[in-house]
Design a binder for this molecule. Structure first.
Ligand code: F6P
Length: 341
């Protein structure tokens, strides 16, 4: 009997997705299995939008950002009809198993479907690195390196103009990218969703730096960071998973810093630059390891599980648990950042 392996990528794209797709496809072919791609996440199953995957069309994609399958934030559980179509797709396309590559939302859907008995395994990805049950997700390392390079660049212009530079970095619920890029790039203040922003303290740090003879400051702020009880969003409209579009915290913070300190302040929003382009070696290797490990989960019939990284070992974890638990930046990282204020 032919073994058919479906593959989809859902949620925000990230560097390393193509490495994972390539690994699932090449690994499947090596085992004599037949891979089939579903386009634009769960929408591909609902609409029956497939793409043939073979050795040829996954070659030359390892170094490419984005996803050759396309992605979307489609949530089949928004309508009974769509979930029914998703279930039917397994029969229609004679799937032995499906590899769902995604973050909390995509894997949350995968976990629910697997609970209903559908043969699904997961591969975790997100630049935010906030998914539970795995030490790292691919995409994160690339985003950190991009953000770090931007902070490096901001230093020279900040220094030349004696300015405060606020840099707004992605991270919806957790400040992993901001913390790592802030530490690696030498930001003077790191602000993340895990702890409310204390503007008085931020201004004090900047003023003390000036008192010590430093004429510029870099403030790294995660887009999801909040002033006490005040969330800044681009628009209140939510996506299919109930998320608002974040953004704008950098601007508000910059205005408050300038008003309070009198120092000229500018803001840079890194935005989707952090998700684009070529993945780092770390993300390519992690995507590759995860892709091959997902096939092992299928062989062991560990449906409802995702591959995950613990230390440097690829292991597995229940998708339901991973999707339902946010991995926040622990307090010791915040304490570490304080040494450099
Ligand atoms: O989930 C990853 C992420 O990049 C978040 O950091 C960010 O808030 C969100 O996606 C942006 O989503 P979109 O690309 O849909 O605007």
């Amino acid at each position: 009997m032919t073994v058919r392996i479906g593959i989809l990528t859902g949620g925000g794209d990230c560097p390393g997705l193509n490495a994972a797709i390539r690994a699932v496809v090449k690994g499947s072919i090596k085992k004599g299995w037949q891979p089939v791609g579903f386009r634009y996440g769960w929408r591909g199953l609902i609409e029956g939008d497939t793409i043939e995957l073979n050795d040829l069309n996954v070659s030359g994609i390892l170094h490419r950002g984005g996803t050759i399958l396309g992605t979307s934030r489609t949530n089949p559980y928004r309508s009974e009809q769509d979930v029914a179509k998703t279930r039917q797709a397994f029969k229609k396309f004679k799937l032995t198993a499906l590899v769902a590559i995604g973050g909390e939302d995509t894997l949350g859907v995968a976990a629910k479907l697997a609970k209903e008995g559908l043969p699904i395994v997961g591969v975790p990805k997100t630049i935010d690195n906030d998914l539970g049950c795995t030490d790292f997700t691919f995409g994160f390392d690339t985003a950190v390196n991009i953000a770090m390079e931007c902070i490096d660049r901001l230093h020279t212009t900040a220094e030349s103009h004696n300015r405060v530079m606020v840099v707004e970095i992605m991270g919806r619920h957790a400040g992993w990218i901001t913390t790592y890029a802030g530490l690696a790039g030498g930001a003077d203040v790191v602000l993340i969703p895990e702890r409310p922003i204390d503007v008085d303290h931020v201004c004090e740090v900047i003023q003390q730096r000036h008192a010590r003879g430093k004429l510029f400051s870099i403030v790294a702020v995660a887009e999801g960071a909040k002033f006490l009880g005040e969330e800044i969003v681009v628009e209140k409209k939510v996506d299919q998973f109930g998320h608002v579009r974040l953004g704008g915290i950098g601007q508000v913070l910059a205005e408050r810093i300038e008003t309070k300190t009198g120092y000229e302040t500018r803001v840079t929003v890194l935005g989707h630059i952090q998700r684009g382009g070529s993945p780092t070696a770390f993300d390519r290797v992690l995507g590759t390891r995860f892709g091959i490990a997902a096939l092992k989960l299928i062989e062991q019939k560990q449906f409802g599980y995702m591959v995950s990284l613990k230390g440097n070992q690829v292991v597995s974890a229940r998708m339901e648990e991973a999707a339902g638990s946010l991995k926040l930046v622990p307090p010791d990282f915040l304490e570490l950042c304080k040494y450099f204020e």
